[in-house]
Unconditional design. Structure first.
Lengths: 84, 392
């Protein structure tokens, strides 16, 4: 899976959970909590959507460390490639 | 909720529908609501076009239960969430069927409730729109008859749907705010509130969740809100004076704990879906429903049956919220439990001091039904339950 595919999958997962958002609302520095207003339930639903699209499950222990859209994409890119 | 606009029909004449099947998407002042059938049968006719606005209780489609009988699908009234009207009679059963028209013939019913003139009907009866625009409109709950097309020959393209969505956000937000304001004004005017608050040290609960979730798949994880819901629901079972409705003839304790959960919408406003018999449900079951319902609430896809009367409401500010929230009771309920965010606080244990996770619970309750002592014991019970998550 290429980085571009992963990036597309993560952005699609966010918009699936928050359909009021537009792709233009999302860049790497966009904060998931403060800018997008996502809470823990939204983030769990995003993790579920990411898993469905990429086959990679973000570990629970990492969830609280992912603050921005860029954090999320970077983490999935790094670890999905390892076949985690 | 007084009326709703039909955004989309999910069925057409001749379709077979079972009890609980989704039949239409309605736009109400609070959110889009997916309306379910409260009957089983074959669709005989749809009495309204998409884009038309109908009053609550109006028959909008007719079902043929057999060759000789026709039933109705009404704009069944889910009780409102932020503005639950004070009923003049005890709340309706959870899934009561809509009022059946007195006559069984569709033509007779249509005569009694003549449909208004349909909204703009496109030439040839079909709106010109790209498949992507149609899908986008469906997902966003936008009626294509209200979208101006800018594509070839006036066809609606996806960008037109998005532009319409953006234009409508402020309208919907303002409408929701009016509805919430009306309900809260009424509550403050009619209900003698009293307020209590309690800081609950929940380090054990937070640790238990971390341990439980560490090896769990994404879909099996449990979050704190599910534990808050179960704790409150179980406590309400032991304190019936917190769980029920205040009606014209006084307080009616509820037989089950149907817990309303305040869900904030990113686009502004709140909706309060109901979790039926929350006290009887397992934590994983509540968690699964929580994820599903919150996701659909924020996507504007709640179902009519999920907006029915709650007997008690829970509001939580979430992970990063302020310390405390003092809720305003949703009439005709008699209490609302609030939770602030989870914060680290210095706690003493014997001679030792350490940092622990603390959440502050609050209770706003109706003085016509309970007093501070009862409320205090209720909050203590919530705390005891919350500190022992393995027992929930």
């Amino acid at each position: 899976m290429t980085n571009s595919t992963i990036q597309g999958a993560v952005l699609a997962a966010i918009i699936e959970v928050a359909p009021d958002l537009e792709p233009k609302d999302l860049d790497s520095t966009t904060n998931l909590h403060d800018d997008l207003g996502l809470d823990s339930i939204d983030l769990l639903n995003i993790a579920s959507e990411v898993a469905e699209r990429t086959g990679f499950e973000i570990p629970e222990s990492e969830m609280s460390r992912l603050h921005s859209v860029g954090d999320l994409i970077d983490f999935v890119e790094r670890h999905a490639g390892e076949g985690a | 909720m007084e009326e709703g606009t039909i955004l989309e029909w999910f069925v057409k004449p001749g379709d077979r529908v079972e009890y609980g099947d989704l039949v239409a998407l309605l736009d109400t002042e609070k959110a889009e609501i997916e309306m379910e059938s409260f009957e089983t049968g074959t669709v005989d006719s749809l009495l309204f076009e998409t884009g038309e606005t109908v009053a609550v209780g109006t028959t909008i489609a007719l079902l043929r239960e057999s060759e000789s009988e026709t039933g109705s699908v009404g704009a069944e009234r889910p009780s409102d969430d932020a503005v639950p009207p004070v009923p003049s009679a005890p709340p309706a059963p959870t899934r009561s069927p809509p009022t059946r028209p007195p006559s069984k013939g569709p033509s007779t019913t249509a005569a009694q409730m003549p449909p208004p003139v349909p909204a703009r009907t496109p030439e040839g009866g079909r709106i010109r729109a790209t498949p992507l625009a149609r899908r986008s409109a469906r997902e966003r709950g936008i009626d294509l008859t209200s979208v101006s097309g800018t594509g070839s020959g006036g066809a609606i393209v996806e960008a037109d749907v998005r532009a319409t969505t953006i234009q409508r956000k402020p309208e919907r937000t303002a409408r929701r705010r009016e509805v919430i304001a009306a309900a809260m004004e009424r509550s403050k005017r009619e209900i003698p509130h009293y307020y209590l608050s309690n800081a609950i040290e929940i380090q054990n609960t937070v640790d238990w969740l971390s341990t439980r979730n560490v090896d769990a798949s994404v879909d099996e994880r449990v979050l704190l809100p599910a534990l808050l819901m179960k704790s409150v629901a179980l406590a309400a079972r032991r304190f019936p004076e917190m769980n029920g409705h205040w009606l014209e003839d006084g307080f009616h304790p509820a037989e089950s704990v149907d817990l309303g959960l305040v869900v904030s919408l990113r686009t502004g406003g709140l909706v309060v879906p109901t979790f039926r018999r929350a006290d009887e449900r397992s934590v994983p079951d509540l968690m699964a429903q929580l994820r599903d319902v919150v996701g659909r609430a924020r996507a504007g896809r709640l179902r009519s049956s999920e907006m029915s009367d709650a007997t008690l409401t829970l509001t939580s500010l979430g992970d990063r919220g302020a310390d405390t929230i003092f809720g305003v009771i949703y009439p005709p309920q008699v209490a609302i439990v609030g939770f602030g965010g989870v914060h680290s606080s210095v706690c003493a244990e014997g001679d030792m001091h350490g940092t622990k996770a603390v959440i502050r619970a609050s209770l706003a309750a109706d003085h016509r039904v309970s007093d501070g002592q009862q409320g205090s014991r209720f909050l203590d019970q919530v705390a005891r339950l919350l500190r022992n998550p393995e027992a929930l």
